[in-house]
Write a protein that binds this ligand. Sequence first.
Ligand code: NOJ
Length: 541
Amino acid sequence: MKNDWWKQSVVYQIYPKSFLDSNHDGIGDLKGIIQKLDYIKLLGVDVIWLCPVYESPQVDNGYDISDYYQISKLYGSMDDMDTLIKESKARGIKIMVDLVVNHTSDQHPWFIESRKSKDNPYRDYYIWSDQPNDLTSNFGGSAWSYDEKTKQYYLHFYSEQQPDLNWENPDMRRAIYKMMNFWIEKGIGGFRMDVIDLIGKEPDKKIKENGPKLHDYLKEMNEYTFGPANLITVGETWGATPEIGHLYTDAGRKELNMVFQFEHMNLDKQPGKHRWDLKKLDLIDLKDVLSKWQDSFSEDGWNSLFWNNHDLPRIVSRWGNDREYRELSAKMLATLLHGMKGTPFIYQGEELGMTNTNFESIDDYPDIETQNMYKDRLATGFSKEEIMQSIHMKARDNARTPMQWNSSENAGFSTIQPWMKVNTNYRKVNVEQSLVDPDSVFFHYQKLIALRKEKDILIKGRYELVDHDNTQVYAYKRIMDDQELLIVCNFYETPADLHYSEGTKEEDIGILISNYPDSPRALDHLLLRPYEAVVYEFNKR
Ligand code: NOJ
Protein backbone atom coordinates (compact mmCIF):
# COMPACT_ATOMS: atom_id res chain seq x y z
CA MET A 1 0.00 0.00 0.00
CA LYS A 2 1.28 3.44 -0.94
CA ASN A 3 2.35 5.75 1.87
CA ASP A 4 -0.09 8.39 0.80
CA TRP A 5 -3.05 6.08 0.04
CA TRP A 6 -5.29 8.53 1.91
CA LYS A 7 -4.83 11.07 -0.88
CA GLN A 8 -6.83 8.84 -3.20
CA SER A 9 -9.47 8.03 -0.58
CA VAL A 10 -12.97 9.29 0.04
CA VAL A 11 -14.26 9.19 3.62
CA TYR A 12 -17.83 8.60 4.82
CA GLN A 13 -18.67 9.86 8.31
CA ILE A 14 -21.08 7.94 10.53
CA TYR A 15 -22.78 9.40 13.58
CA PRO A 16 -23.68 6.04 15.16
CA LYS A 17 -26.48 7.29 17.37
CA SER A 18 -28.44 8.31 14.27
CA PHE A 19 -27.41 5.78 11.64
CA LEU A 20 -29.48 2.60 12.13
CA ASP A 21 -31.08 1.08 15.22
CA SER A 22 -30.83 -2.72 14.99
CA ASN A 23 -32.03 -3.60 18.51
CA HIS A 24 -35.15 -1.43 18.68
CA ASP A 25 -34.20 0.91 21.51
CA GLY A 26 -34.46 4.09 19.46
CA ILE A 27 -30.66 4.54 19.27
CA GLY A 28 -28.40 3.61 16.36
CA ASP A 29 -25.75 0.94 16.99
CA LEU A 30 -22.76 -0.94 15.59
CA LYS A 31 -24.85 -3.85 14.33
CA GLY A 32 -26.92 -1.33 12.41
CA ILE A 33 -23.77 -0.03 10.73
CA ILE A 34 -22.64 -3.58 9.89
CA GLN A 35 -26.02 -4.22 8.23
CA LYS A 36 -25.47 -1.21 5.98
CA LEU A 37 -21.87 -1.81 4.92
CA ASP A 38 -22.98 -2.89 1.47
CA TYR A 39 -24.85 0.39 1.09
CA ILE A 40 -21.70 2.31 2.03
CA LYS A 41 -19.65 0.17 -0.32
CA LEU A 42 -22.10 0.91 -3.13
CA LEU A 43 -21.30 4.60 -2.74
CA GLY A 44 -17.65 3.73 -3.38
CA VAL A 45 -15.90 5.17 -0.32
CA ASP A 46 -12.68 3.79 1.16
CA VAL A 47 -12.80 4.91 4.79
CA ILE A 48 -15.49 5.25 7.44
CA TRP A 49 -14.98 7.87 10.12
CA LEU A 50 -16.85 6.52 13.11
CA CYS A 51 -17.86 9.09 15.73
CA PRO A 52 -17.23 7.98 19.35
CA VAL A 53 -18.74 4.65 20.43
CA TYR A 54 -16.80 4.29 23.68
CA GLU A 55 -18.19 4.06 27.21
CA SER A 56 -19.67 7.45 28.01
CA PRO A 57 -22.38 9.14 30.08
CA GLN A 58 -23.45 10.76 26.77
CA VAL A 59 -23.55 14.32 28.04
CA ASP A 60 -22.10 15.34 24.67
CA ASN A 61 -23.20 12.28 22.68
CA GLY A 62 -20.03 10.31 23.33
CA TYR A 63 -17.48 13.15 23.19
CA ASP A 64 -17.33 12.68 26.96
CA ILE A 65 -15.50 9.36 27.31
CA SER A 66 -15.39 7.46 30.59
CA ASP A 67 -13.51 4.41 29.27
CA TYR A 68 -11.43 4.47 26.08
CA TYR A 69 -11.15 0.67 26.08
CA GLN A 70 -14.85 -0.21 26.21
CA ILE A 71 -17.71 0.09 23.76
CA SER A 72 -20.80 1.77 25.20
CA LYS A 73 -23.67 -0.68 25.69
CA LEU A 74 -25.83 1.76 23.78
CA TYR A 75 -23.86 0.88 20.65
CA GLY A 76 -23.11 -2.81 21.25
CA SER A 77 -20.00 -4.70 22.36
CA MET A 78 -16.31 -5.07 21.58
CA ASP A 79 -17.25 -8.14 19.53
CA ASP A 80 -19.48 -5.93 17.39
CA MET A 81 -16.59 -3.49 16.96
CA ASP A 82 -14.28 -6.33 15.91
CA THR A 83 -16.91 -7.52 13.45
CA LEU A 84 -17.30 -4.02 12.06
CA ILE A 85 -13.54 -3.72 11.49
CA LYS A 86 -13.40 -7.17 9.90
CA GLU A 87 -16.48 -6.81 7.70
CA SER A 88 -15.38 -3.37 6.54
CA LYS A 89 -11.94 -4.70 5.70
CA ALA A 90 -13.53 -7.48 3.66
CA ARG A 91 -15.12 -4.73 1.57
CA GLY A 92 -11.91 -2.74 1.25
CA ILE A 93 -13.04 -0.12 3.77
CA LYS A 94 -10.98 1.11 6.73
CA ILE A 95 -12.40 2.33 10.02
CA MET A 96 -11.08 5.67 11.23
CA VAL A 97 -12.01 6.12 14.89
CA ASP A 98 -12.60 9.34 16.77
CA LEU A 99 -9.81 10.23 19.18
CA VAL A 100 -11.09 12.51 21.93
CA VAL A 101 -8.08 13.36 24.06
CA ASN A 102 -8.38 17.05 24.84
CA HIS A 103 -10.76 16.04 27.61
CA THR A 104 -12.44 13.02 29.18
CA SER A 105 -15.75 12.56 30.94
CA ASP A 106 -15.85 13.54 34.60
CA GLN A 107 -16.79 9.87 35.10
CA HIS A 108 -13.45 8.67 33.74
CA PRO A 109 -11.51 6.86 36.52
CA TRP A 110 -8.62 9.32 36.02
CA PHE A 111 -10.85 12.26 36.91
CA ILE A 112 -12.59 10.42 39.73
CA GLU A 113 -9.12 9.88 41.22
CA SER A 114 -7.89 13.37 40.32
CA ARG A 115 -10.62 15.14 42.25
CA LYS A 116 -10.11 13.01 45.40
CA SER A 117 -7.15 14.92 46.81
CA LYS A 118 -4.41 17.35 45.83
CA ASP A 119 -1.75 14.68 46.21
CA ASN A 120 -3.54 11.95 44.28
CA PRO A 121 -1.26 10.48 41.57
CA TYR A 122 -3.87 11.46 38.96
CA ARG A 123 -4.29 15.03 40.24
CA ASP A 124 -2.00 16.36 37.57
CA TYR A 125 -3.74 14.52 34.72
CA TYR A 126 -6.15 17.48 34.70
CA ILE A 127 -5.78 21.23 35.16
CA TRP A 128 -6.53 22.64 38.61
CA SER A 129 -6.26 26.19 39.87
CA ASP A 130 -6.96 28.27 42.96
CA GLN A 131 -7.79 31.26 40.86
CA PRO A 132 -10.04 30.97 37.77
CA ASN A 133 -9.46 33.51 35.00
CA ASP A 134 -11.95 34.67 32.38
CA LEU A 135 -11.47 31.79 29.89
CA THR A 136 -14.84 30.65 28.62
CA SER A 137 -16.29 27.26 27.73
CA ASN A 138 -17.33 26.60 24.13
CA PHE A 139 -20.67 25.49 25.52
CA GLY A 140 -21.24 28.79 27.36
CA GLY A 141 -20.20 30.21 30.74
CA SER A 142 -16.85 29.98 32.47
CA ALA A 143 -14.28 27.33 31.54
CA TRP A 144 -13.65 26.75 35.25
CA SER A 145 -15.78 24.81 37.73
CA TYR A 146 -15.31 24.79 41.48
CA ASP A 147 -14.85 21.43 43.14
CA GLU A 148 -15.94 21.49 46.76
CA LYS A 149 -13.88 18.49 47.85
CA THR A 150 -10.43 19.99 47.29
CA LYS A 151 -11.53 23.62 47.03
CA GLN A 152 -9.94 24.27 43.64
CA TYR A 153 -11.26 24.94 40.15
CA TYR A 154 -10.79 22.56 37.21
CA LEU A 155 -10.64 23.56 33.55
CA HIS A 156 -13.19 22.45 30.94
CA PHE A 157 -13.37 24.01 27.48
CA TYR A 158 -16.64 22.12 26.93
CA SER A 159 -19.25 21.10 29.51
CA GLU A 160 -18.54 20.81 33.23
CA GLN A 161 -18.68 17.05 32.71
CA GLN A 162 -15.76 17.21 30.22
CA PRO A 163 -12.65 18.17 32.23
CA ASP A 164 -9.59 19.07 30.12
CA LEU A 165 -6.59 16.75 30.22
CA ASN A 166 -3.21 18.19 31.12
CA TRP A 167 -0.89 17.44 28.19
CA GLU A 168 2.09 18.78 30.12
CA ASN A 169 1.97 15.56 32.13
CA PRO A 170 4.18 12.89 30.47
CA ASP A 171 2.45 10.01 32.31
CA MET A 172 -0.89 11.13 30.96
CA ARG A 173 0.54 11.38 27.44
CA ARG A 174 1.99 7.88 27.69
CA ALA A 175 -1.38 6.53 28.84
CA ILE A 176 -3.03 8.10 25.78
CA TYR A 177 -0.43 6.62 23.40
CA LYS A 178 -0.93 3.19 24.98
CA MET A 179 -4.66 3.47 24.37
CA MET A 180 -4.08 4.56 20.75
CA ASN A 181 -1.84 1.54 20.19
CA PHE A 182 -4.55 -0.72 21.59
CA TRP A 183 -6.85 0.49 18.80
CA ILE A 184 -4.13 0.29 16.16
CA GLU A 185 -3.53 -3.34 17.13
CA LYS A 186 -7.23 -3.97 16.77
CA GLY A 187 -6.86 -3.05 13.12
CA ILE A 188 -8.37 0.41 12.84
CA GLY A 189 -7.30 2.46 9.83
CA GLY A 190 -6.81 5.89 11.36
CA PHE A 191 -7.77 8.63 13.78
CA ARG A 192 -9.90 11.74 13.52
CA MET A 193 -8.60 13.93 16.32
CA ASP A 194 -11.19 15.91 18.20
CA VAL A 195 -10.29 19.59 18.87
CA ILE A 196 -6.63 18.63 18.68
CA ASP A 197 -5.55 22.27 18.44
CA LEU A 198 -6.46 22.67 22.12
CA ILE A 199 -4.04 20.16 23.61
CA GLY A 200 -1.19 22.68 23.79
CA LYS A 201 -3.28 25.00 25.99
CA GLU A 202 -1.65 27.22 28.60
CA PRO A 203 -4.63 28.40 30.62
CA ASP A 204 -2.73 30.74 32.97
CA LYS A 205 -1.53 32.63 29.89
CA LYS A 206 -5.06 32.38 28.46
CA ILE A 207 -3.77 30.35 25.53
CA LYS A 208 -6.48 28.04 24.26
CA GLU A 209 -5.71 27.03 20.65
CA ASN A 210 -2.29 26.61 19.04
CA GLY A 211 -0.28 26.57 22.24
CA PRO A 212 3.53 26.57 22.01
CA LYS A 213 3.96 22.84 22.63
CA LEU A 214 1.10 21.60 20.43
CA HIS A 215 3.32 20.46 17.58
CA ASP A 216 5.85 18.79 19.89
CA TYR A 217 3.03 16.70 21.30
CA LEU A 218 1.82 15.74 17.84
CA LYS A 219 5.31 14.74 16.73
CA GLU A 220 5.67 12.63 19.83
CA MET A 221 2.25 11.05 19.29
CA ASN A 222 3.11 10.31 15.67
CA GLU A 223 6.38 8.64 16.67
CA TYR A 224 4.90 6.49 19.43
CA THR A 225 1.64 5.51 17.76
CA PHE A 226 0.37 5.87 14.19
CA GLY A 227 3.53 7.09 12.43
CA PRO A 228 4.99 3.67 11.65
CA ALA A 229 1.53 2.20 10.92
CA ASN A 230 0.68 4.20 7.76
CA LEU A 231 -2.76 5.27 8.94
CA ILE A 232 -5.01 8.16 7.96
CA THR A 233 -4.99 11.06 10.43
CA VAL A 234 -7.13 14.19 10.43
CA GLY A 235 -7.02 16.86 13.08
CA GLU A 236 -10.00 19.04 13.96
CA THR A 237 -8.52 22.55 14.10
CA TRP A 238 -11.03 25.40 14.29
CA GLY A 239 -8.31 28.01 14.66
CA ALA A 240 -6.09 27.00 11.72
CA THR A 241 -4.81 29.39 9.07
CA PRO A 242 -3.02 27.96 5.99
CA GLU A 243 0.34 28.70 7.71
CA ILE A 244 -0.74 26.71 10.74
CA GLY A 245 -2.19 24.02 8.46
CA HIS A 246 1.29 23.46 7.06
CA LEU A 247 2.73 22.93 10.53
CA TYR A 248 0.36 20.02 10.96
CA THR A 249 0.49 18.51 7.51
CA ASP A 250 3.82 19.08 5.76
CA ALA A 251 5.12 15.57 5.22
CA GLY A 252 8.61 16.20 6.57
CA ARG A 253 7.27 17.35 9.94
CA LYS A 254 5.76 13.94 10.72
CA GLU A 255 2.59 15.14 12.39
CA LEU A 256 -0.80 14.58 10.67
CA ASN A 257 -1.98 13.88 7.12
CA MET A 258 -4.52 16.69 7.03
CA VAL A 259 -6.70 18.94 9.16
CA PHE A 260 -10.27 20.14 9.10
CA GLN A 261 -10.16 23.91 8.85
CA PHE A 262 -13.44 25.80 9.20
CA GLU A 263 -12.87 29.13 7.53
CA HIS A 264 -15.40 28.37 4.78
CA MET A 265 -17.88 27.28 7.44
CA ASN A 266 -17.72 30.59 9.25
CA LEU A 267 -18.77 32.73 6.30
CA ASP A 268 -22.32 33.11 7.58
CA LYS A 269 -21.16 34.35 10.97
CA GLN A 270 -20.74 38.01 11.84
CA PRO A 271 -17.06 38.69 12.51
CA GLY A 272 -16.21 38.82 16.19
CA LYS A 273 -19.63 37.51 17.16
CA HIS A 274 -20.95 34.09 18.01
CA ARG A 275 -21.83 31.64 15.27
CA TRP A 276 -25.54 32.04 16.10
CA ASP A 277 -25.34 35.64 14.89
CA LEU A 278 -26.04 35.14 11.22
CA LYS A 279 -24.68 36.97 8.22
CA LYS A 280 -25.73 36.73 4.58
CA LEU A 281 -23.55 34.46 2.46
CA ASP A 282 -21.45 35.90 -0.35
CA LEU A 283 -20.06 33.67 -3.12
CA ILE A 284 -16.95 35.81 -3.58
CA ASP A 285 -16.01 35.18 0.06
CA LEU A 286 -16.35 31.44 -0.54
CA LYS A 287 -14.12 31.63 -3.62
CA ASP A 288 -11.51 33.61 -1.69
CA VAL A 289 -11.39 31.22 1.23
CA LEU A 290 -11.43 27.95 -0.71
CA SER A 291 -8.93 29.24 -3.27
CA LYS A 292 -6.60 30.40 -0.53
CA TRP A 293 -6.56 26.89 0.96
CA GLN A 294 -6.27 25.21 -2.44
CA ASP A 295 -3.37 27.45 -3.49
CA SER A 296 -1.57 27.18 -0.17
CA PHE A 297 -1.45 23.39 -0.36
CA SER A 298 -0.50 22.94 -3.97
CA GLU A 299 2.99 21.66 -3.12
CA ASP A 300 3.46 20.37 0.40
CA GLY A 301 0.75 19.45 2.93
CA TRP A 302 -2.74 18.29 2.05
CA ASN A 303 -6.33 19.55 2.32
CA SER A 304 -9.44 17.85 3.62
CA LEU A 305 -12.60 18.73 1.69
CA PHE A 306 -15.92 18.87 3.50
CA TRP A 307 -19.25 20.65 3.66
CA ASN A 308 -20.87 18.77 6.53
CA ASN A 309 -20.28 16.94 9.75
CA HIS A 310 -22.20 16.24 12.95
CA ASP A 311 -21.49 19.76 14.25
CA LEU A 312 -22.61 21.66 11.16
CA PRO A 313 -26.01 22.36 9.63
CA ARG A 314 -26.82 20.63 6.34
CA ILE A 315 -25.07 22.24 3.38
CA VAL A 316 -28.05 22.07 1.02
CA SER A 317 -29.97 24.30 3.47
CA ARG A 318 -27.06 26.70 3.69
CA TRP A 319 -25.38 27.23 0.36
CA GLY A 320 -28.01 25.36 -1.66
CA ASN A 321 -31.78 25.48 -1.94
CA ASP A 322 -33.58 22.88 0.14
CA ARG A 323 -36.94 23.46 -1.54
CA GLU A 324 -37.60 23.21 -5.29
CA TYR A 325 -33.92 22.89 -6.23
CA ARG A 326 -32.89 20.51 -3.45
CA GLU A 327 -31.50 17.80 -5.68
CA LEU A 328 -29.91 20.08 -8.27
CA SER A 329 -28.23 22.24 -5.66
CA ALA A 330 -27.06 19.23 -3.60
CA LYS A 331 -25.41 17.84 -6.73
CA MET A 332 -23.89 21.21 -7.57
CA LEU A 333 -22.31 21.53 -4.13
CA ALA A 334 -20.98 17.98 -4.34
CA THR A 335 -19.45 18.69 -7.74
CA LEU A 336 -17.73 21.84 -6.55
CA LEU A 337 -16.13 20.09 -3.59
CA HIS A 338 -15.21 16.77 -5.19
CA GLY A 339 -13.56 18.55 -8.10
CA MET A 340 -11.02 20.14 -5.73
CA LYS A 341 -7.67 18.89 -4.57
CA GLY A 342 -7.77 17.07 -1.22
CA THR A 343 -9.49 14.17 0.50
CA PRO A 344 -13.29 14.49 0.37
CA PHE A 345 -15.47 13.70 3.38
CA ILE A 346 -19.18 12.86 3.09
CA TYR A 347 -21.39 13.03 6.17
CA GLN A 348 -24.20 10.47 6.44
CA GLY A 349 -27.30 11.63 4.57
CA GLU A 350 -25.37 14.21 2.54
CA GLU A 351 -25.45 11.69 -0.31
CA LEU A 352 -29.27 11.92 -0.19
CA GLY A 353 -29.37 15.70 0.00
CA MET A 354 -30.73 15.60 3.57
CA THR A 355 -31.81 19.02 4.85
CA ASN A 356 -31.99 21.07 8.05
CA THR A 357 -34.92 20.67 10.43
CA ASN A 358 -37.74 23.07 11.25
CA PHE A 359 -39.06 21.70 14.54
CA GLU A 360 -41.04 24.31 16.46
CA SER A 361 -40.09 23.36 19.99
CA ILE A 362 -36.70 23.73 21.67
CA ASP A 363 -37.46 20.35 23.30
CA ASP A 364 -36.84 18.70 19.93
CA TYR A 365 -33.22 19.92 19.95
CA PRO A 366 -31.48 17.84 22.64
CA ASP A 367 -27.89 19.01 21.97
CA ILE A 368 -26.27 20.47 25.10
CA GLU A 369 -24.78 23.36 23.12
CA THR A 370 -28.17 24.41 21.74
CA GLN A 371 -29.93 23.95 25.07
CA ASN A 372 -27.36 26.13 26.87
CA MET A 373 -27.47 28.80 24.17
CA TYR A 374 -31.27 28.90 24.29
CA LYS A 375 -31.29 29.58 28.03
CA ASP A 376 -28.47 32.14 27.83
CA ARG A 377 -30.07 34.07 25.00
CA LEU A 378 -33.55 34.10 26.56
CA ALA A 379 -31.99 35.52 29.71
CA THR A 380 -30.21 38.25 27.73
CA GLY A 381 -33.32 39.48 25.95
CA PHE A 382 -33.48 37.63 22.62
CA SER A 383 -36.99 36.62 21.55
CA LYS A 384 -37.92 32.94 21.18
CA GLU A 385 -38.53 33.54 17.48
CA GLU A 386 -35.04 34.97 16.96
CA ILE A 387 -33.44 32.08 18.81
CA MET A 388 -35.44 29.44 16.94
CA GLN A 389 -34.47 31.08 13.67
CA SER A 390 -30.76 30.69 14.48
CA ILE A 391 -31.39 27.11 15.59
CA HIS A 392 -33.09 26.24 12.31
CA MET A 393 -30.09 27.66 10.47
CA LYS A 394 -27.13 26.64 12.60
CA ALA A 395 -27.89 24.05 15.30
CA ARG A 396 -25.75 20.92 15.31
CA ASP A 397 -28.92 18.84 15.69
CA ASN A 398 -29.80 19.72 12.09
CA ALA A 399 -27.21 17.11 11.14
CA ARG A 400 -28.10 14.62 13.86
CA THR A 401 -31.65 13.62 12.94
CA PRO A 402 -31.94 9.89 12.18
CA MET A 403 -30.73 8.66 8.81
CA GLN A 404 -33.64 8.39 6.38
CA TRP A 405 -33.69 4.84 5.05
CA ASN A 406 -37.23 4.59 3.65
CA SER A 407 -40.71 6.09 3.86
CA SER A 408 -42.01 3.82 6.64
CA GLU A 409 -42.56 5.14 10.16
CA ASN A 410 -39.42 6.64 11.76
CA ALA A 411 -37.84 6.62 8.29
CA GLY A 412 -36.87 2.96 8.70
CA PHE A 413 -34.26 4.03 11.28
CA SER A 414 -35.98 2.31 14.19
CA THR A 415 -39.19 0.48 15.00
CA ILE A 416 -39.76 2.73 18.02
CA GLN A 417 -39.67 6.49 18.60
CA PRO A 418 -36.00 7.46 17.96
CA TRP A 419 -33.84 9.35 20.49
CA MET A 420 -34.21 12.39 18.26
CA LYS A 421 -37.09 13.34 15.98
CA VAL A 422 -36.88 12.34 12.33
CA ASN A 423 -36.83 15.16 9.76
CA THR A 424 -40.39 15.68 8.48
CA ASN A 425 -39.34 15.26 4.84
CA TYR A 426 -38.30 11.58 5.18
CA ARG A 427 -41.10 10.29 2.91
CA LYS A 428 -39.55 12.20 0.05
CA VAL A 429 -35.88 12.11 0.96
CA ASN A 430 -34.65 8.61 1.76
CA VAL A 431 -32.26 5.86 0.67
CA GLU A 432 -34.88 3.56 -0.80
CA GLN A 433 -36.17 6.29 -3.08
CA SER A 434 -32.61 7.36 -4.02
CA LEU A 435 -31.59 3.87 -5.06
CA VAL A 436 -34.45 3.44 -7.53
CA ASP A 437 -33.82 6.78 -9.20
CA PRO A 438 -30.75 6.71 -11.47
CA ASP A 439 -30.80 10.51 -11.38
CA SER A 440 -30.64 10.78 -7.60
CA VAL A 441 -28.17 12.76 -5.51
CA PHE A 442 -26.79 9.38 -4.34
CA PHE A 443 -25.79 8.32 -7.84
CA HIS A 444 -24.25 11.72 -8.50
CA TYR A 445 -21.98 11.20 -5.47
CA GLN A 446 -21.25 7.65 -6.61
CA LYS A 447 -20.14 8.97 -9.98
CA LEU A 448 -17.98 11.72 -8.47
CA ILE A 449 -16.23 9.15 -6.27
CA ALA A 450 -15.71 6.82 -9.25
CA LEU A 451 -14.23 9.71 -11.27
CA ARG A 452 -11.59 10.25 -8.57
CA LYS A 453 -10.48 6.69 -9.03
CA GLU A 454 -10.29 7.06 -12.82
CA LYS A 455 -8.77 10.49 -13.25
CA ASP A 456 -5.41 11.11 -11.67
CA ILE A 457 -5.77 14.79 -12.45
CA LEU A 458 -8.48 14.99 -9.77
CA ILE A 459 -5.93 13.86 -7.19
CA LYS A 460 -2.81 15.62 -8.42
CA GLY A 461 -3.89 18.44 -10.70
CA ARG A 462 -3.13 22.05 -9.80
CA TYR A 463 -6.11 24.27 -8.90
CA GLU A 464 -6.69 27.57 -10.68
CA LEU A 465 -9.64 29.87 -10.06
CA VAL A 466 -11.46 31.26 -13.13
CA ASP A 467 -13.41 34.56 -13.31
CA HIS A 468 -13.01 35.64 -9.67
CA ASP A 469 -15.47 38.53 -9.89
CA ASN A 470 -18.39 36.52 -11.24
CA THR A 471 -20.90 36.83 -8.38
CA GLN A 472 -22.99 33.86 -9.41
CA VAL A 473 -20.71 31.21 -10.88
CA TYR A 474 -17.85 29.46 -9.11
CA ALA A 475 -15.51 28.15 -11.81
CA TYR A 476 -12.04 26.67 -11.56
CA LYS A 477 -9.59 24.53 -13.49
CA ARG A 478 -7.53 21.52 -12.55
CA ILE A 479 -4.32 21.29 -14.53
CA MET A 480 -1.80 18.46 -14.83
CA ASP A 481 0.85 18.31 -17.57
CA ASP A 482 -1.12 18.87 -20.79
CA GLN A 483 -4.44 17.80 -19.29
CA GLU A 484 -7.09 20.20 -18.06
CA LEU A 485 -10.51 20.08 -16.42
CA LEU A 486 -12.91 22.99 -16.02
CA ILE A 487 -15.46 22.85 -13.20
CA VAL A 488 -18.34 25.33 -13.38
CA CYS A 489 -21.07 25.74 -10.75
CA ASN A 490 -24.01 28.13 -10.75
CA PHE A 491 -24.73 28.85 -7.08
CA TYR A 492 -28.15 30.42 -7.66
CA GLU A 493 -31.58 29.66 -9.07
CA THR A 494 -31.32 32.38 -11.70
CA PRO A 495 -29.51 31.57 -14.97
CA ALA A 496 -25.91 32.79 -15.12
CA ASP A 497 -23.26 33.59 -17.69
CA LEU A 498 -19.67 32.56 -17.75
CA HIS A 499 -17.32 33.94 -20.38
CA TYR A 500 -14.54 31.51 -20.95
CA SER A 501 -12.89 31.66 -24.33
CA GLU A 502 -9.96 29.42 -24.92
CA GLY A 503 -10.98 28.73 -28.48
CA THR A 504 -11.38 25.02 -27.89
CA LYS A 505 -13.71 23.46 -30.45
CA GLU A 506 -16.93 22.03 -29.10
CA GLU A 507 -16.06 18.55 -30.40
CA ASP A 508 -12.88 18.61 -28.27
CA ILE A 509 -14.76 19.21 -25.06
CA GLY A 510 -15.99 16.24 -23.07
CA ILE A 511 -18.37 16.29 -20.12
CA LEU A 512 -17.28 14.08 -17.22
CA ILE A 513 -20.31 14.79 -15.06
CA SER A 514 -23.20 17.23 -14.96
CA ASN A 515 -26.43 17.64 -13.00
CA TYR A 516 -28.42 18.31 -16.21
CA PRO A 517 -28.75 15.74 -19.04
CA ASP A 518 -27.84 18.24 -21.76
CA SER A 519 -25.26 20.74 -20.52
CA PRO A 520 -23.90 23.14 -23.13
CA ARG A 521 -20.41 22.86 -24.61
CA ALA A 522 -20.20 26.34 -26.12
CA LEU A 523 -17.65 27.61 -23.62
CA ASP A 524 -17.06 30.99 -25.24
CA HIS A 525 -20.45 32.03 -23.93
CA LEU A 526 -21.81 29.65 -21.38
CA LEU A 527 -25.33 30.10 -20.05
CA LEU A 528 -25.89 28.03 -16.95
CA ARG A 529 -29.34 27.03 -15.70
CA PRO A 530 -30.39 27.07 -12.00
CA TYR A 531 -27.68 25.36 -9.93
CA GLU A 532 -26.15 23.82 -13.03
CA ALA A 533 -22.78 22.17 -12.39
CA VAL A 534 -20.51 20.62 -15.00
CA VAL A 535 -17.04 19.12 -15.12
CA TYR A 536 -15.56 19.64 -18.59
CA GLU A 537 -12.56 17.78 -19.90
CA PHE A 538 -10.49 19.13 -22.75
CA ASN A 539 -9.34 16.53 -25.23
CA LYS A 540 -5.97 17.62 -26.53
CA ARG A 541 -5.21 16.45 -30.02
C1 NOJ B 1 -15.81 18.56 18.51
C2 NOJ B 1 -16.83 17.50 18.26
O1 NOJ B 1 -16.97 17.31 16.90
C3 NOJ B 1 -18.09 17.97 18.96
O2 NOJ B 1 -19.21 17.21 18.60
C4 NOJ B 1 -17.85 17.96 20.44
O3 NOJ B 1 -18.95 18.51 21.12
C5 NOJ B 1 -16.60 18.77 20.80
N1 NOJ B 1 -15.51 18.58 19.91
C6 NOJ B 1 -16.12 18.40 22.17
O4 NOJ B 1 -15.56 17.12 22.16
